[in-house]
Design a protein around this ligand. Structure first.
Ligand code: MLT
Ligand code: ZN
Length: 481
């Protein structure tokens, strides 16, 4: 029997027929990332049902030298959950591990398996009058393990922080198959390094997250969702400051959409309706929230905020969602940008941040610069202005060959955008992670001291390099330019 068959037989014995799939037709859907940018190969799709099974599989892989690519909802943005094309790896799907282990409504904490889907978590806690304060467009597929592994952001970071801020405890299987169990949340714990924080955002390169304890908040009593048409992105920034001053903690989200993104969604989804009559260069989507003590005054606050912003000339036109259905419809427009854009054609996506105060200036300066350097392209920036993070996408000229463009002009475009971001003191990955998409750019543009630490931590926790190889951590710590 070949070594590979020996491994597969042992894995099947361990996980059962349901837990180990080698049929190419069944493995195939999980070999390509959500954006359709990367396709790899794998020996098998392993779907353990428990942490013990994950640990046993990892030990088996270590024994046979088989690389592991952990995967949650496969909705990542940087190819972090897609194997390479060697065909050596197994995909380790956490989707079968989707149970709630403990739900403490008084402490407002929930411990769940890594494969729980974000939307399911929202619904589960809502029944008990609670909420999990992180959401994003991919909530119907993104899993808790994937969100932790990428330290996902989303549209409520402004008020509640990224995934890092929501995780109170973690359970993870390490490269040698041992289980790191730190699920019990302690408010104070100074026993050295915060190892759970090291695992959060490590993209499966240091360990496989199998469960987490998450913090919850009381359900909202009320929300007001505002849509404002704005002439200039710098005015949107002023509007944000104005909203922060007026609304304080009630300000939960502040997103911007350029005219192009709104138009993309309207043509992609025939059910979608523009919130305002006229098109504006920029749109701001603002969410205010209230608990029981402030619910009565929320609508007035929203009204005042918009009226005073208009008096100051920051807003051209604005509306407040009349009811919950309309509020959802406003957010659906925002959440559908990615899908709508994907339908238009090839584009280079850059998930970037610069200091919050500089983001409007960065966008205003960089969009025309890129379009001038690459005639026929269209630069579009949208998203989390309040976090100093926009999705800076550059759409190809019409009619290009997608693959040729990606590997030619597309690469040059990304290099230019990343150079600009670096010159402005920013990050080439604000929230989507490095994955395989940005690994070379990370190596090219990051301080060698930073890279050397990444490498040393990786070598210490995964000396054989079997956990998600080729992702995040550059092989070399030398700057390539
Ligand atoms: C978003 O903010 O919509 C997501 O991060 C996905 C993206 O469009 O890049
Ligand atoms: Zn985003």
């Amino acid at each position: 029997m070949s070594k590979v068959d020996e491994f597969l037989n042992a894995a099947r014995h361990l996980l059962g027929e349901r837990g180990l799939v080698t049929d190419p037709d069944l493995v195939e859907p999980w070999l390509t990332d959500w954006r359709g940018r990367y396709t790899g190969k794998a020996r098998a799709l392993a779907s353990p049902a428990t942490t013990d099974e994950v640990a046993a599989l990892v030990r088996l892989c270590a024994k046979h030298g088989v690389p592991i690519v952990p995967q949650g909802g496969n909705s990542g943005m940087s190819g972090g959950a897609t194997p390479d094309d060697s065909g050596d790896a197994v995909i380790l799907s956490l989707r079968r591990m989707n149970g709630v282990r403990r739900f403490d409504t008084q402490a407002r904490q929930i411990t769940c398996d890594a494969g729980v889907v974000l939307q399911t978590l929202h619904e589960t806690v809502e029944v008990e009058g609670l909420r999990f304060p992180l959401t994003l467009g991919g909530k119907g597929s993104a899993t808790i393990g994937g969100l932790i592994s990428t330290n996902a952001g989303g549209t409520q970071v402004l008020r509640h922080g990224t995934m890092r801020a929501q995780v109170l405890g973690i359970e993870a299987v390490l490269a040698d198959g041992t289980v790191f169990d730190s699920l019990t949340p302690l408010k104070k714990d100074n026993r050295g390094f915060d190892l759970k924080q090291l695992l959060i955002g490590s993209e499966g390169t240091l360990g496989i997250v199998t469960a987490a304890t998450l913090r919850l908040l009381p359900a909202l009593a009320e929300r007001a969702v505002l849509w404002a048409g704005v002439g200039d992105l710098r005015d949107a920034r002023k509007l944000l400051l104005h909203a922060e001053r007026m609304a304080g903690d009630a300000l939960e989200g502040f997103e911007v959409l350029p005219r192009h993104s709104l138009a993309s969604v309207l043509s992609y989804n025939s059910q979608a309706r523009a919130p305002l009559q006229q098109a504006h260069e920029w749109n701001a989507l603002i969410e205010l929230t209230a608990d029981a003590s402030t619910a009565d005054t929320l609508a007035a606050l929203g009204q005042n905020l918009l009226e005073s912003a208009m008096e100051r000339g920051l807003v051209e036109d604005a509306t407040i969602a009349a009811n919950e259905a309309q509020a959802e419809a406003f957010w659906a427009i925002r959440d559908e940008i990615s899908l709508a854009e994907r339908a238009i054609g090839p584009a280079k996506q850059h998930d970037i941040s610069v200091p919050v105060a500089d983001m409007a200036d960065f966008v205003v300066a960089t969009m025309p610069k890129v379009e001038k350097a690459f005639p026929g392209t269209t630069a579009v920036a949208y998203g989390h202005l309040g976090d100093g993070n926009v999705h800076f996408h550059v759409l190809a000229a019409k009619g290009v060959d997608a693959e040729e463009w990606e590997n030619g002009q597309g690469k040059a475009i990304s290099a230019m955008v990343h150079d600009e971001v670096t010159a402005w003191g920013g990050s080439i990955s604000a929230e989507h992670g490095i994955g395989q998409m940005k690994r070379d750019e990370l190596a090219r543009l990051t301080d060698p001291v930073h890279l050397a630490i990444l490498r040393r931590v990786k070598d210490a926790l995964d000396p054989d390099g079997l956990l998600n190889p080729g992702k995040l951590v550059p092989n070399s710590v030398q700057r390539s330019s």
